[in-house]
Design a binder for this molecule. Sequence first.
Ligand code: HSE
Length: 427
Amino acid sequence: MTVKLGLVGTGTVGCGCIDILDAHKEDFARHYGVDLEWKRICSRRSVQAEARGLEDIFTTDWHEVVEDPEIDIVVELIGGTTTAREVVLAALNAGKNVVTANKALMASFGEEVMNAAAENNCEIAFEGSVGGGIPIIDPMKHSLISNEISSVMGIVNGTTNYMLTRMVDAGLSYEEALAEAQAKGYAEAEPSADVDGLDAAAKIAILASIAFNSRVTLADVHAEGIRNITTTDLDAAHDMGYCVKLLAIAKRTSEGVSVRVHPTMLPLTHQLATVNSVYNAIYVTGDAVGETMFFGEGAGAKPAASAVMGDVLEVGRHVAQGVKPLVGCTCTDKLPIVPMDDLETKYYLRFTVADQPGVLAATASIFAKHKVSVYSVVQRGKKDAGTVDLVYVTHTAREKNVRAACADIVALEGVVFAEPSIIRVED
Ligand code: HSE
């Protein structure tokens, strides 16, 4: 059977999809009995469609795609939450299945989109929205369904992982690493979405919603980026047997769902510590399966198009077989989001302090006052400058107590010379 496709967006991922279908159309038909065919292609500019000989089916008006009665699946690859949201909702309301790689849409408007799909008895698939080519949404919705998932931890932003890797391997400063990432085309000229953790926050919102059967939106995710990470902290971490990664973390706790993105110290022996450069990995722990890790290229035209076309083929098979949507929204519970103040974890804290008698005792007594138990303290370097770094690692403590202790330490008169570094630690 021929399954007809509409494509909205011919950027790098859209073109990657056209190229994959060009290369594998006959394989798909032979292996799966589904003949996929582009019926309409929409973009602001025709150049990419023309370059691929698809000018006859090109349009600049997305309505012509969603209103085409022959189209079975609309592939939305324009991104963002304005026009893309209109396209996706219009397509579903017109009875089309939708495949998208739009993390912002799914993280902020997932409930609306999933409801529209359910109301119209249509399917929406979004594997490409997280981790580029890495299969993670489908495994969590299918293969791991018999598990209670306790945590999902991911390196889901390739740009920041590249920058942190270069800061460690080449001793680059944050600014140098950013300039290099921009020169290589990984980071945007305005890099905020990556370096401030927002891209990763959208991705972990999507994964947390699936993992815990409870809707988590982008607004629920506490996001901190890597702007304040220094080589001093990376060196100190390494000396203690740790690396620093920008981790997206979602955990099921007795108080609800803890969901956050921040630089995190991980033991060098942890599987995620081996994930370097632009690679992504997602570490999922379930009660039956135990610990699993999904690894691969988290960005780029071909990996993302691989995920999108996998969805297209699977939805296409359902269309060809005449089956109803197999898995829709799985957010049946309403778990509370644990406020950051109530987070319980371990902390690395570095204070640049005056090298003089009584400073260690004063800081230690402040930790005691706030019920923060210290696991280790090390004094590092810079003696000649009259200041040294005091590096504390705590036992598990409450975030609000650690923050209060840090504020008191910073307020000690003439003692602290810079903003403290605060990095959460995962064992
Ligand atoms: N900018 C993202 C990254 C890829 O660096 O991983 C798109 O989500």
